[in-house]
Design a protein around this ligand. Sequence first.
Ligand SMILES: [Zn+2]
Length: 284
Amino acid sequence: MNYETVPCVLCNTYNFKPLFSKPFENGEEFTLVRCRHCGLEFVNPRPHYNQMSKYYKDYFNQRTDRGYNNYFSETMHREVLRLLTLNLKDLQFYDFEASIQGEKFALDIGCAAGYFVDYLTRRGWHAEGIDIARDCIDHARNNLKLNAYCGDFLSFQFNKQYHCITLWATIEHLHHPDKFIEKIHSLLHDEGMLYLSTCRSSAFSARLLYGKNWRYYNFPHHLYFFSYRTLAKLLQLKGFAVTRFVTYGSGIGKPKTLMRKLADTLAKRLYSGDMMLIAARKEK
Ligand SMILES: [Zn+2]
């Protein structure tokens, strides 16, 4: 059996309502369900974790509507950095960074080719990254000379605590977002910050407009679709308090057109973006 049916990670119950099904590119159908208690949306049933590699073949280097077109190019590196620095500003990261005395340690989980690890290293951080994608980690280690590890975060042994842990567009891919947040809590300094971004499943965003064709409904690459409420709930259950919440992105109009720029600006002002950024610290 290649699939597993899982309970809601927030309620630990199996009481959910199927919303719709959508095929992967090989025709395999996946169903999105909504928990009847808390409203969390997730793909269920889903492939077992050890089956996932077949869905990620060529994810970072072949043009598909789901993956990336040559993620290792200079153009992509620049684009990733442009977005990251905007996100960091919105999250008030630079104020936090300035407040740390002495050496600073950071960990980027789901670091892909290591662009954020590289960025922090250049700013004087001791930065490390981890990802399960071998080709990405090879790029990070060999070309960018970074401290990047290929492996599963949950089974990896870390030997220090971090001031900053990040999950950029990663939590939606995970089989066990709850266990990740729990482990992050144990690795974070008491005064440290967790920053994350993920697609935002909210009625007041482009998701409503696009329905099952919403740009982030890539099953089974994306397994969890959090709203602000369900994500804040998960963080709170694991001992975190949210300190900042920002949304961005509209998905309306073609990239780089005036229409897209206007729609993105409006989405951000009205807190109706279909991506969200969260900053959280340990609950005192
Ligand atoms: Zn639930």
